[in-house]
Design a protein around this ligand. Sequence first.
Ligand SMILES: [Zn+2]
Length: 112
Amino acid sequence: MTATPGGGLGPISAAEAASARADLVDLHLFESYLAPVGVKGLAVWCDDCAKDHLHGWFQLRMALSQILAGLEPEHAVLDDTASETEFVSWDFCRGFAAHASGNFAVHPTTTT
Ligand SMILES: [Zn+2]
């Protein structure tokens, strides 16, 4: 792999771009479901640090946008005072979104 000026990753592959765009769509969905109930973002595993990092919704969108632009995402981490209970994993989000949309289809009646 050749280095690019400015320290970017260079053009990403079509598969990587498709994956990042899909993640952005998912992220928007997760945020629409979870932000109103107090979830502030995602806990994402970091191989470099061998621990979960907490990322706010805005940070996550920024990172995916940077990947799509061929830039290396900043190693941005929320400060450690953020409560881990306010952050969830991608897997939790996927399960929650599937559950929420399934419920909506199965129980179309409105609650009183
Ligand atoms: Zn890290």
